[in-house]
Design a protein around this ligand. Sequence first.
Ligand code: G3P
Length: 217
Amino acid sequence: MKFFVDTADVPAIAELNDLGMVDGVTTNPSLIKKSGRDILEVTKEICDLVAGPVSAEVIATEADAMIAEGRKLADIAENIAVKLPLTWDGLKACKVLSDEGKMVNVTLCFSANQALLAAKAGATFISPFIGRLDDINLDGMELIEDIRTIYDNYAFETEILAASIRSVNHVLDSARIGADVITAPPEVIKKLASHPLTDKGLATFLEDAKAAGIKIV
Ligand code: G3P
């Protein structure tokens, strides 16, 4: 399973990247706003730092304008994945940009039928939003399962990029189902390392080491 980091915070990406935890990065206009940076500048910096795909999202809503923005974003670096919303115009832009050989991440996916259309339009990635479905009392993980089944039934190559991940359980469930990629905020990725029994066990080992006068270096 690939780990993408869902942020435009360069130092946070760099910290995880140094540990080999970053297979790619996803951004969106809200994350760019949060960074307080210029989209082209910060996206270039992220692309220079990370070898894998870096998703940068268009803001146009009409297909021709999305295509123009997508081409401009793709010019930033070879590892750009143009992020397009799952609208009819977004699908049109997806087909054109993917036919040009650009990576495309189709975002704001909330149904398996939407995911089916994105795959047929040549999307490299489909981004189903787990957390936002859970927020309205629907089941985000069920959507990941449905898309996995459908893509496997027909051998679609579009990768399932489980997005809007809010908890470590979302990561675990996505891995169980076989999502190809998860994208999560840096805090959630770091939380994967935590376990209270690890902390408790380490405290005991350290106490015993002190009592025994153990020294290593
Ligand atoms: O990758 C999409 C993600 O950024 C959305 O997450 O938490 O805003 O629903 P969230």
